[in-house]
Design a protein around this ligand. Structure first.
Ligand SMILES: O=C(CO)[C@H](O)[C@H](O)COP(=O)(O)O
Length: 232
């Protein structure tokens, strides 16, 4: 199903496009399919959202760039951990949320590709990843707790680990706290509060970024949002 969603999104890719390349198992299908099109002569340039994706795309011979060289992109295609009917997302399960958000924000359009299990009525069943600077991380965590409590959100905040004694580090060298707040009734308010905390580098709430979501289910691929929206 992930591949079906990726295939459907690929149909909007045209020669000459500057593409943001997402991270995760669903995005990896898109990169893989794009690689095959590039092998057949499609001329595009990709900006990867993680070192993992960069290595994959490089291996497939997809021409790559950076946001410093190519600061404006036509389309980003990425996965998500959760999405709702308003095209709001939780991302960061794969640890790439900061670069994913920067790349999505640099793009005219953002397509999310997902299987139907990622669709929720209310965001928050998936613990919200929050990327924090290593300096003062315990203190930052207290601020996150307080900010969430102010919105009635109480839940376990756990530091993501790579191994029992090794904290997970993002490509940018930051920690991730996974915040199991449960249902987030006011994602905009939470996003705003988290963004004002010194030490929070970014959070996994993507609001107002996705323009279309390709949802693969047993009966085919359904599209939420507007595939052409923002293309001009
Ligand atoms: O946000 C992400 C990485 O930071 C991924 O897009 C998200 O975790 C979905 O991954 P998958 O397609 O493997 O389910």
């Amino acid at each position: 199903m992930k591949r079906a969603a990726a295939q459907a999104a690929l149909e909007s890719v045209a020669p000459g496009m500057r593409l943001g390349l997402g991270t995760g198992s669903t995005a990896a299908h898109f990169v893989d399919l794009l690689g095959a099109r590039v092998r057949d002569g499609l001329d595009v340039v990709g900006v990867p959202t993680s070192e993992r994706t960069r290595l994959q795309a490089e291996g497939l011979g997809i021409p790559l760039s950076t946001l410093d060289e190519t600061p404006e992109l036509d389309l980003t295609v990425d996965g998500a951990d959760e999405f709702d009917a308003s095209l709001r997302l939780i991302k960061g399960g794969g640890g790439a949320l900061l670069r994913e958000k920067i790349v999505a924000a640099a793009s005219k359009r953002m397509f999310v590709i997902a299987d139907a299990t990622k669709e929720v009525g209310t965001l928050g069943a998936f613990p919200l990843p929050v990327e924090v600077d290593r300096f003062g991380a315990r203190s930052t965590r207290l601020h996150i707790e307080r900010a969430a409590r102010g919105l009635g959100l109480i839940g376990a905040i756990s530091q993501r680990m790579s191994a029992p004694d090794a904290p997970y580090l993002t490509d940018g060298g930051h920690y991730i706290f996974d915040c199991a707040f449960g249902a987030i009734d006011a994602p905009e308010a939470l996003a705003e509060r988290l963004s004002t905390i010194p030490g929070v580098v970014d959070h996994g709430l993507f609001i107002g970024l996705a323009t279309a979501i390709f949802i693969a289910g047993a009966t085919g691929v359904r599209i939420l949002g507007d595939v052409a929206g923002g293309a001009a």
